[in-house]
Design a protein around this ligand. Structure first.
Ligand code: HEC
Ligand code: HEC
Ligand code: HEC
Ligand code: HEC
Ligand code: HEC
Length: 654
């Protein structure tokens, strides 16, 4: 290994324990997910990364990863299946392309198909603990490239291999892949290309579209004194600020004051609804804060600053009045569409209660006020035009700032020692700079292409999805979702466009991330081997649907509506856990998931509150469709696919 590469790997390892050579000994050997090396068939350079699922979907004409150009490719998967108990499994694949899989050194699958399902393999014994997995997938000549791999035992029916069993060992190639990705994400997140526009593609990486808070009317929303301190040093007020320090030289304090005076003069007219900031409202706000699990992304007073979380101690100072904060909470995207703070669809009262609570617990009070006059404001306006603010922030004013092309990666914004520099000041660590340099040297072309599967992976990490999913009762873990929901439905949930909450009985809520919804929904499906656009459902067979209706009934059926509403029919007797109205299930669920869930809810969610009705392919209702589980499940599916046209079964006894 070259000395330079080795140095880079060591610098990176310091930042991400478990990825670099130095970390190998101290860390447990196996890490989550499988390692995959994507190789373009035209001989271009390969790219290695980690995927949580042993599934793949790459739409025709799209890149398999951001670092491999679109076109024919192979994907080599490496890792282990790490089991607690030994067992004998059969495997089956659905694919377009070829898949060759070895387990513990023996070839168990070697198939080619143009979209069909392969025969199941014979039973293959896997050991408790680790079983070596090696597989190569080759993309097809025509159409979308995909494979979905399933396994089964006599105890459970066909399912994707659950991600918790898939592990891989660290490697230098993975460290390089991770560093390139880290550099790419840092560059987009810090809006490098808002200034260094040379050779930046018009489309590709979705984050290139990321905006910054609009400045129109900002003087009505935020306190000018706070803005002065923020401009003077964003990273001091928020360690994870992406905005750089733009001012230099001896007059920096006075310049920040002038800019803040100008921003403070930008009023929007109108006023905020009054917030009654008393103890009772604040108490209601505190309760909501807990119920909505705001701590998924925020620290509360007294917490040490956790990685990836934002402290809320400045809100009293920053927002000045509780009404302004309440307006922000009701629509964090109003002036900043890519804001990572999601939209909880709060009512005016809820937002007011939260604002009152946050105002009471804020530990950093307002610090003096900012004196402003016409001269200062005019000076501030000029500075805003000349110091680069308008490269990132929208405001109707001419921008007089320009930046050079990026040539020397040891200079300007990436200089190790920026004393006396004229470039923006970012609070990068040494390993951040190493990753940025590596990316700018070797990975810049990746800005022009995207793999939405990877978009979903990096955004769900950045947005802390897993701090709610898999943590709150009845909120499905994230690694289940992409194989569960139709992407069209996920997009509506993520975008906040459902008219009614799906599970109004939960106190927690799914907040919306509108700017990311479409790409996230598609990416989650792709990660799980499903197309970004769901194929049409099978046409409803009236006879099967009629049998399905009998099966959900209380009379000779499973009495499903004890827990599930069906259209206008309310659940009859919810004891423990309510299920989603069955009339919504057809448009939500991928058919494969519906079958899997019906066969064994516990295989998907070990805490599932829904009873299992089928065992080893048999149903307890043996007089319907010969008691055959698969046929009964199919009948239920045809009934449910009618959606809003479902006719609920009669009440008990009818
Ligand atoms: C607000 C505009 C702006 C943003 C955003 C910005 N830069 Fe710069 N950058 C500049 C300016 C201006 C210079 C020239 C500074 C000088 O003349 O000393 C520069 C210089 C550089 C240089 C030295 C170029 C050379 O060949 O001399 C590098 C490297 C660089 N920037 C990288 C980055 C990276 C990486 C990012 C994102 C993390 C970034 N810049 C974001 C404005 C910006
Ligand atoms: C998915 C993560 C996430 C969740 C959940 C979340 N927030 Fe946020 N929130 C953020 C991020 C990130 C920011 C910083 C946004 C920015 O300016 O870049 C933020 C900003 C804020 C701010 C402004 C803070 C400031 O100093 O500018 C407030 C207030 C806030 N959130 C309150 C809440 C409340 C109340 C809840 C629960 C109802 C909540 N957040 C839930 C991610 C989240
Ligand atoms: C490289 C892009 C970039 C540049 C240049 C930049 N900002 Fe920002 N600014 C941001 C982003 C992004 C945020 C949101 C917080 C964060 O992520 O750090 C922000 C936040 C702010 C805020 C707080 C707004 C809010 O609603 O929370 C103010 C005020 C602000 N910037 C003013 C300025 C001024 C004035 C300048 C010029 C001196 C400037 N910014 C330069 C990107 C930038
Ligand atoms: C603050 C907690 C929280 C965060 C953060 C969060 N979610 Fe959710 N999510 C929920 C809750 C609660 C539900 C169930 C809501 C309901 O059905 O009414 C949910 C439901 C969903 C659903 C529908 C699942 C189903 O089976 O109906 C999807 C899809 C989803 N979330 C995706 C995401 C993604 C992707 C992220 C990160 C970008 C994310 N969520 C972040 C709390 C959260
Ligand atoms: C004892 C209560 C109970 C009974 C009886 C019950 N379920 Fe469920 N069901 C649940 C719960 C709880 C969930 C999980 C709810 C969640 O994810 O929010 C669920 C989930 C489901 C789902 C997944 C829904 C989705 O869109 O995420 C389907 C499909 C389903 N049930 C169908 C049925 C059918 C068909 C029957 C009758 C054969 C039935 N259930 C009987 C409690 C029940």
């Amino acid at each position: 290994m070259s000395r330079r590469l080795n140095q880079l790997l060591c610098a990176l390892a310091a930042a991400w324990p478990g990825t670099g050579p130095a970390a190998e000994e101290a860390k447990p050997k196996w890490l989550d997910g499988l390692a995959v090396t994507f190789r373009p068939s035209n001989g271009g350079s390969a790219d290695t990364t980690v995927r949580p699922h042993f599934m793949l979907y790459v739409p025709l004409g799209q890149a398999p990863t951001p670092f491999v150009a679109p076109g024919a490719f192979t994907a080599e998967w490496e890792g282990v299946i790490d089991l607690d108990l030994r067992d004998r499994f059969v495997f089956q694949a659905e694919l377009n392309g070829s898949l060759r899989m070895e387990l513990n050194g023996a070839v168990v699958l070697d198939v080619t198909s143009d979209g069909g399902t392969t025969e199941t393999t014979g039973r293959i014994r896997l050991n408790s603990r680790t079983n070596t997995l090696k597989a190569t997938y080759t993309s097809p000549r025509d159409g979308d490239a995909f494979f979905r791999l399933y396994w089964a035992t006599p105890d459970f029916a066909k399912e994707p291999i659950p991600p918790r069993f898939l592990k891989h060992a660290p490697s230098d190639r993975l460290t390089m892949g991770a560093a390139l990705r880290r550099g790419r994400q840092l560059a987009a997140g810090h809006r490098c290309f808002a200034c260094h526009t040379d050779g930046v593609p018009a489309q590709g990486m979705p984050e290139l579209a990321m905006d910054a808070p609009a400045l129109d009317g900002i003087g009505s929303r935020l306190d000018a004194g706070w803005m002065a301190q923020w401009i003077l040093n964003p990273a001091r007020l928020r360690p994870r600020a992406t905005m750089p320090l733009m001012l230099h030289g001896a007059s920096i304090g006075a310049d920040a004051g002038a800019i803040a005076a100008f921003l403070g003069s930008l009023k929007s007219g109108g006023s905020f609804p009054m917030v009654n900031d008393n103890a009772k409202t604040a108490e209601a706000g505190q309760k909501l804060f807990t119920q909505l699990n705001c701590v998924a992304c925020h620290t509360v007073a007294g917490d040490s600053l956790a990685e990836g979380k934002v402290a809320l101690g400045q809100v009293r100072w920053k927002f000045g009045q509780a009404g302004s904060l309440a307006a922000f909470l009701r629509n964090p995207q109003a002036h900043y569409s890519w804001n990572r703070m999601p939209n909880f669809a709060l009512t005016q009262d809820e937002a007011a209660a939260l604002a009152a609570h946050l105002f009471q617990s804020a530990d950093l009070a307002k610090r003096g006020s900012l004196a402003a006059n016409a001269t200062l404001i005019a000076k501030g306006r000029k500075l805003v035009q000349s110091t680069g603010c308008l490269n990132c922030h929208a405001l109707k004013l001419d921008n007089h700032f320009t930046a050079p092309s990026i040539v020397d990666l040891a200079k300007g914004c990436l200089a190790d020692n920026p004393t006396g520099a004229k470039s923006p000041g970012f609070a990068f660590s040494e390993s951040d700079r190493a990753a940025l340099r590596l990316f700018l040297r070797e990975g810049r072309a990746s800005l022009g292409q995207e793999s939405l599967a990877e978009f979903a992976l990096r955004q769900s990490a950045d947005l802390n999805c897993a701090n709610c999913h898999g943590q709150i009762a009845m909120v499905p873990p994230l690694d289940v979702i992409g194989g569960k929901l139709k992407p069209e439905w996920s997009r509506r949930i993520l975008g906040g466009s459902l008219a009614k909450r799906q599970r109004p009985w939960l106190t927690a809520r799914m907040p919306a991330f509108p700017a990311r919804a479409d790409s996230l929904a598609k990416g989650l499906a792709l990660l799980n081997g499903h197309p970004p656009v769901t194929p049409p459902d099978v046409p409803v067979d009236a006879e099967k649907a009629a049998i399905g209706r009998k099966l959900v009934s209380a009379n000779g059926g499973f009495f499903c509506f004890s827990c599930h509403g069906i259209g206008d029919l309310n659940p009859a007797q919810v004891f423990d856990a309510q299920g989603i109205n069955l009339a919504r299930v057809g448009e939500r669920l991928l058919p494969e998931y519906f079958r899997r869930w019906m066969r064994s809810p516990l295989r998907i969610d070990p805490q599932a509150k829904m009873p299992a009705y089928f065992n080893q392919g048999q149903s307890a209702l043996f007089d319907v469709l010969d008691g055959d589980a698969d046929r009964q499940i199919e009948a239920l599916h045809h009934y449910i696919l009618q959606g809003s046209r479902m006719i609920p079964p009669g009440a008990p006894g009818k």
